[in-house]
Design a protein around this ligand. Sequence first.
Ligand code: G3I
Length: 365
Amino acid sequence: MSSLFLLPCAAAALAPETPPLKSIAPFRIGAAINRTQSADGDPVATAIVTRQFNTVTAENDLKWEKVHPGPNRYDFEPSDRYVDFGTRNGMFVVGHVLVWHQQTPAWVFAGEGGGKLDRETALGRMKEHIAAVVGRYKGRIGGWDVVNEALEEDGSLRTTPWLEAIGEDYIAKAFELAHDADPSAELYYNDYNLWKPAKRDAAIRLVQALKAKGLRVDGIGEQAHWGIDDPPLEAIDAELAAFRASGTTPLVTELDVDVLPRDPDMWGADLAKKAKIRATTNVYPDGLPDAVQQKLARRYADVFGLFLKHGVGRVTFWGVTDATTWLDDFPVPGRVNYPLLWDRKGREKPAFEAVADVLEKNIGR
Ligand code: G3I
């Protein structure tokens, strides 16, 4: 009889539960959540998010096309649920994203009367949007991705409808308006591939120019949609060191690790070509082989080592479990990818243990 009571305790003693990541990370740690998850409709994800994380980002629900689909038409229901989810769970709530050229409805970039969009109209729309959205969540959304993906790979400013209508100061205007709407909120510049030296240095120059104008900028966000072999660790190391040296905190805002083979043609291919690429690159349709699980775990351990080394301010995974990753459909639709720390059923992967291990070993250093 007594052994019945002893056995579970003995098992627990042999396999102590890994502490939640938020209890061992020296930076904020979290995940992007989708609309179902904000509405408590995905209990597996909710259990992971509430146990492991202390910050959330809305994967889509605060983007312009979702929250402000028509002139004078706002849909705040999903974003209200998102902010409630984070607040209720005591989390640092991130707003993603205010000014971007994607997921912005066509009306925003259309000129009055069918003409070309002019500076005053564009600035007026930006101002109204930022005042309404940031103002609604004043004091509850702790930090905003103010401008997203404003740079080309060579470091030049991306030609977007915002740039064309307003001019180069559209970025400064966005930061100014966001600060006016909530002076207590942290404000970030967010982009991808900032490990590329030309783009990295341009982001630093951009943020320094904003600060020189007296504007508030709290972080440079590297999206960190990375592959299992690239970018090289040396490039990430140099990137984070450069951000630190520039005096702006680096943030890892959209982390995931694509494990599928890359085809150089896959980014801009048409659907027929993508179908061909899917046939040759969807190589793990029935599960991730153990050797690749281990390689993914090592990759995660390596990049977390760099996050600790350079004192990033936050790490946010772009999704919770592999079940809902955007990488199943990008850049090639209909593949099975495995980029996160939890599998499709919400079970911890070796990559989770690897991250926890690196964070635990860092404590007290
Ligand atoms: O909700 C509809 C669904 O009803 C429909 O059946 C389905 C058919 O395609 O589409 C669903 O909407 C998709 C939506 O994600 C929700 O899953 C959209 O097509 C799809 O375009 C959208 O993709 C999002 C993407 O941004 C759009 O640019 C991804 O979820 C989201 O993860 C991704 O996030 C971006 C960041 O905002 C910026 N950095 C890059 C990152 C990855 O692209």
